[in-house]
Design a protein around this ligand. Structure first.
Ligand code: PMP
Length: 282
């Protein structure tokens, strides 16, 4: 496994970070995760734009322009074995004596690694996944892809402890997103999606879903949806770069509608796979 650290490629065993790195001490940094299909990074420019936005939100300088980022990502893909990879990028404010306030002089730490991309098996896509729900206990800047993920870690572990795939979050009684995914519902043929505000991460997959819904002619309603409306929806899905689009058929031990993946999910799943293949060929 070859990784990238501060300008150089090396085996992961050789990559070293100073213990005073603010990523380690404060969780002071941001990340991205880019899926790679048949060695083609998926929606690379969109991921790099979100990275740039996350960095400026935390006032961490972006050391590379998108051309340089693209070159580094492509080089990393080349140096790793799998055809399908997930590229993890992490940028922290860098190493400095421990003090909450920003250090005067500090160089950001830039780390990238590649892992084999594991998407959900066909059997799970066909049967649908199980989810639980929780109050959204996170902060008011969930739109920043920050590495300080403690609430998300605890919320996702709650799901794992219950044998579920995801924890769906409600803030003030309204759907926000999942612990590590965006959530969509379907009600009477209309796709329901929460708006991209400060209480959810603007998913790259979320945007793909909205584009595909438009080209499929499926209406979308973007708004704040109360818990009861989500629980009584006809369909529920989660989306992310690694889960792609996955149907949720049980929420807190209660079936969603008839407890089977719905017809609109099936259309969107097909559209997503076709879109992926089309992008890979172009
Ligand atoms: N929300 C959260 C909290 C996430 O961590 C993620 C990514 N794992 C997403 C949504 C989905 O974003 P994307 O489609 O860009 O992977």
């Amino acid at each position: 496994q070859i990784v990238y650290l501060n300008g150089a490629f090396m085996p992961i065993e050789e990559a070293r970070i100073p213990v005073l790195d603010r990523g380690f001490i404060f969780g002071d940094g941001v990340y991205e995760l880019i899926p790679v299909y048949s060695r083609h990074p998926f929606r690379l420019q969109e991921h790099l734009r979100r990275l740039s936005t996350s960095l400026s939100s935390l006032r961490i300088p972006n050391l590379y322009d998108s051309a340089a980022w693209s070159r580094h990502v492509e080089e990393l893909v080349k140096r790793n074995e799998a055809e399908d990879q997930s590229i993890y990028i992490q940028v922290t404010r860098g190493p400095a004596p421990r003090d909450h306030a920003f250090p005067a002089h500090v160089e950001p730490t830039v780390f990238m690694m590649s892992n084999p991309l594991i998407t959900p098996p066909a059997s799970l896509v066909e049967s649908g996944a199980v989810a639980i729900s929780s109050q959204d206990i996170r902060w008011d800047h969930c739109d920043i892809k920050a590495i300080s993920l403690l609430p998300n870690v605890l919320l996702r572990q709650m799901a794992v402890d219950e044998g579920a795939v995801e924890t769906i979050l409600f803030r003030d009684g309204m759907l926000t997103e999942g612990a590590a995914s965006n959530i969509f519902a379907v009600d009477k043929g209309v796709i329901l999606a929460p708006p991209k505000d400060q209480h959810m991460l603007p998913g790259i997959t979320y945007d793909v879903i909205l584009e595909l819904a438009e080209s499929e002619g499926i209406p979308v309603d973007i708004g704040y949806f109360p818990e009861a409306r989500i629980r009584s929806a006809d369909e529920l899905w989660m989306t992310s770069s690694t889960k792609e689009i996955l149907p949720i058929v049980r929420l807190d031990n209660t079936p969603i509608a008839n407890g089977l993946p719905g017809p609109i999910f099936k259309r969107m799943y097909k559209a997503y796979q076709l879109y992926k293949n089309h992008i890979m060929r172009s």
